[in-house]
Write a protein that binds this ligand. Structure first.
Ligand SMILES: [Zn+2]
Ligand SMILES: [Zn+2]
Length: 336
């Protein structure tokens, strides 16, 4: 289920208990946090930091006592690991650190999202503005989307991070990280014995949103596909636990389905580009008319697929005279 809010318990092959703590980060958007009873006791992700989400996260610990008899509270959490720098996963770090003794860690490529939040938001908003300006979207819509993008993230207060990591064992304890950039620059999947926490890299039903690397380095469909192929090589995984939705009993099948999905979206994009089109045109062709934040998601997803095809020479810019004479013109693409 997309928004299942049932507390669940798993046990890794090495005997470590894991609890799934689903929290409604935003209305109708549930983020799964996981409590790993390793040494140190580790919480993966925090949801959004909205008051309602913080209250739900705290209530999950009461639920663990009632449902599983687990004598544990938020203050027992010794370590907090953020799977990637998206607000629906890290927004609650200030709350969790305040309520516990947790040291906060995140992959080195996403640490600045927490530490220099405002600067990162402003720089990526500028890149987003440039992307939308050359996408062919009407100017007044661009302004409205930029506002919406800022508003959705404006409440977070930056804080220091205690440690960063890359591939391999994360500090002490049993968790091992695999860097899987694409959906987010510093996204990691974390292995605990035969369990893989897949964050937003692989999900049970949806395919995670993509955005062009032209906006943020280490995102883009090229990195994402590469990371899917890399994570397929991790063997001995019995169960995949995603940052949203349900557990995955056959992770490999889910990875293959995700790869297929992007292949077919690339083919649809190519089809639409038999005639010259802008990113905005193709986005309409792929997704139809969208509303509010979904307009932005559709534009980013389309931009990521067109960037992938462009980098591989399968589509090209056709209005090169304008590119020659203007600083940031609307780009028109066509299949080669
Ligand atoms: Zn995400
Ligand atoms: Zn997410």
């Amino acid at each position: 289920m997309k928004n299942d809010k049932t507390l669940r318990k798993y046990k890794s092959s090495g005997g470590v208990d894991v609890y799934k703590l689903p929290v409604e980060a935003f209305p109708n958007h549930v983020t799964n946090c996981y409590l790993v009873m390793d040494d140190p006791i580790t919480l993966l992700d925090t949801a959004s930091g909205w008051d309602t989400a913080n209250a739900e996260l705290a209530a999950c610990f009461d639920g663990l006592r009632e449902k599983f008899g687990a004598k544990i509270s938020l203050k027992d959490v010794g370590r907090l690991i953020i799977t990637h720098g998206h607000i629906d996963h890290f927004g609650g770090v200030n709350f969790v650190v305040r309520e516990s003794a947790a040291e906060l860690g995140i992959h080195e490529l996403d640490a600045s999202v927490i530490q220099n939040f405002k600067e990162r938001l402003l720089v990526s908003s500028t890149n987003l503005h440039l992307f939308l300006a050359r996408s062919g979207m009407p100017q007044e819509e661009v302004g409205a989307l930029l506002q919406l993008n800022k508003w959705s993230k404006d409440t977070f207060v930056a804080r220091p991070v205690d440690f960063t990591f890359d591939e391999g064992q994360v500090q002490r304890g049993k968790l091992t990280a695999f860097h899987t950039p694409g959906h987010c620059p510093g996204q990691v999947c974390l292995r605990l014995d035969d369990i893989l926490f897949t964050a937003d890299h692989v999900l049970s039903r949806i395919t995670p949103n993509q955005s062009p690397e032209a906006i943020t380095r280490w995102t883009g469909l090229g990195h994402y596909v590469q990371s899917l192929k890399e994570i397929r090589k991790v063997d001995g995984i019995r169960i995949g636990l995603g940052g949203h939705e349900d557990e995955m009993d056959d992770l490999d099948a889910r990875i293959l389905a995700t790869l297929d999905f992007h292949d077919s979206r690339l083919n649809k994009t190519l089809d639409l580009l038999k005639e010259p089109k802008t990113v905005h045109d193709v986005s309409r062709g792929l997704f139809g008319k969208q509303m509010n934040y979904n307009i932005l998601l559709a534009m980013l997803e389309t931009g990521a697929h067109m960037e992938y095809l462009y980098e591989r020479g399968r589509i090209a810019v056709t209005n090169i005279e304008e590119v020659e004479n203007e600083l940031n013109p609307v780009l028109v693409y066509q299949q080669q």
